[in-house]
Design a protein. Structure first.
Length: 311
């Protein structure tokens, strides 16, 4: 075991694009180390959405405890801030049980929310101001709010994703309250948080990854994804719900309504999933501290060794 003077608890994280194999890697490491997998996927939090989210099977959940699955109903919205709060509870409970928590998923905003404190600086909050920005975002969209931030604090706007609404609003709030850009302050980082992180990613040749994605989509359709989407619609879940914006769900709504053909819908799912994987890689390549393994490599033994060195 390592002898690290930083006595904060260790959290391992396995990240990468969809269909990269990170779940299988996390499973092997969790079994070797007696860990708990804390899922880090913006779609797997929804109950009843199993096939299209590649949710771990009941057998896998029996092999290794999983947290942050089936957290909310698909009729509900679920924010990054809500995830961060719930996931921290799951991390702390695992640590309290003497088990290593292993984050696993491809939602970069979730990882960032856990690595960095959700507030910036020491400027007190202003609920009314914050509510005003929230209302503006709901009316004009997150991109409009991000453009507003770019006009007064371009450095923060360049660092923050437009969909990271909580931090965009906080940056605007601080500017309105102090007249100074939040980027002029010392930004919070992982060192300010309660955990130490060791991060692993799987990096595939793009064409190989795209073939893996196409194969995964074919398997999901064969497993009954269209029936899963139909069941959600039949129970009253709105096509406009946050949950239904997930890949494989929104694309099948026109098909189920008779407005699009099967093959065309399948092609759209594959294309959008490949584009999403590209965006995921762009995000994670900018995330500091990730140890990348080549796709297809049996990386479990290396990951276990590195984790043990840091415990």
């Amino acid at each position: 075991m390592g002898n690290n003077p930083d006595n904060r608890p260790l959290v391992a994280a396995f990240v990468g694009p969809t269909a990269s194999g990170k779940s299988d890697l996390a499973m092997k490491v969790a079994e070797e180390l007696g860990g708990v997998i804390v899922c880090m996927d913006a779609m797997q939090v929804y109950r009843g959405m199993d096939i299209g989210t590649a949710k771990p099977s009941p057998a896998d959940q029996r092999r290794v405890p999983h947290r942050m699955l089936d957290v909310v109903s698909p009729e509900e919205s679920y924010s990054v801030a809500a995830y961060a709060g719930d996931a921290r509870k799951a991390l702390d409970e695992s640590i309290g049980q003497g088990r290593l928590p292993l984050l696993c998923g491809g939602t970069g905003l979730y990882l960032r929310a856990l690595r960095q404190p959700l507030s910036f600086g020491h400027t007190p909050g202003d609920e009314a101001l914050r509510a005003g920005f929230q209302a503006l975002a709901e009316k004009e969209g997150a991109a409009a709010l991000h453009q507003r931030l770019a006009a007064v604090d371009p450095a923060s706007a360049a660092r923050l994703h437009p969909n990271d609404l909580r931090r965009v609003i906080r940056a605007l709030e601080v500017y309105e309250l102090t007249g100074r850009a939040i980027s002029a302050q010392e930004p919070p980082g992982e060192a300010d948080g309660p955990y130490r992180f060791v991060l692993f990613g799987l990096n595939w040749d793009r064409e190989v990854l795209y073939r893996r994605i196409d194969g995964r989509v074919d398997r999901m359709m064969a497993a009954g994804l269209a029936d899963e989407v139909k069941g959600l619609l039949d129970r009253g879940v709105s096509p406009a719900a946050q949950s239904m914006q997930g890949l494989g769900y929104k694309e099948l709504v026109p098909f189920l309504r008779g407005e699009a053909g099967y093959e065309d819908s399948l092609a759209v799912i594959k294309r959008r999933t490949r584009n999403y994987a590209k965006r995921q890689m762009t995000w994670f390549k900018r995330e500091p501290g990730i140890r990348w393994f080549p796709g297809g490599e049996d990386a479990a033994a290396q990951a276990v060794r590195i984790i043990k060195e840091r415990l």
